[in-house]
Design a binder for this molecule. Sequence first.
Ligand code: 9WO
Length: 252
Amino acid sequence: MRFDVITLFPELFAPHLAHGITRRAFESEQVKVTLWPLRDHADNAYRRVDDRPYGGGPGMVMLVEPLERALAAVRAARADAVPAPVVHFSPTGRRIDQATVQAFATSPGAILVCGRYEGIDQRFIDRHVDVELSLGDFVLSGGELPALALLDAVARLQQGVLGDALSHQQDSFSDGLLDCPHYSRPEVLTTADVGGAVPRELLSGHHAQIARWRREQSLARTARQRPDLIAAARAAGRLSAADERYLAGLQL
Ligand code: 9WO
């Protein structure tokens, strides 16, 4: 799939696309990212991309016209590709969840518009933006970090990015529950008088017992921290009779 990113700060993207386990997805172009520096589409000698807000008030507003020129350039470059939505990142948007990420990961991609300053002139949003997406109820200084968060989440779902194909299915959220805790060496932390030992179920070598223990840890964590996800899993028929017995005996 192809992602085109319109941004005033293209340099924020390069390090994230070149490092870590997602690098393979970006370099192989399984996830092709093209950056479109908005400055390249500014109109006058001052390379202006923002101006003062009508009605007064603090800060600056991103101008419609440079954004429309950048978008036209993206659309021309995507002319042969399947049409893709224009995405704007804002706290007023719909919350991104793993289902959103899965949908993008199996789509033709998107055109990501990253706002800065006080925001984008509403007329650009009204005319061109198909979907507004949010990471949550907090304010950032720009849309670049949400764009990177989406790209990272999409890239790690690509073939060959995770160690083995099964790690996807073991992800937190892939089955709608929170992840179980993880442990590695040493088997005992002698420096700690509390929680120094690895849970004995993980040392048993008994695969079914380990799987059951992990499932129960996920259920307990989810029931305590995100009861809404338990309700959703139940409604979707994703809880077994054994799951329900375990939950019924849980002290919340
Ligand atoms: C900021 C804002 C604050 C309160 C209510 C609505 C809001 N919309 C925006 C907005 O669209 N701002 C633009 C993008 C310009 C300023 C920086 N931007 C931004 C995006 N700040 N925070 C986000 C964001 C996006 C997704 N998830 C969390 C925060």
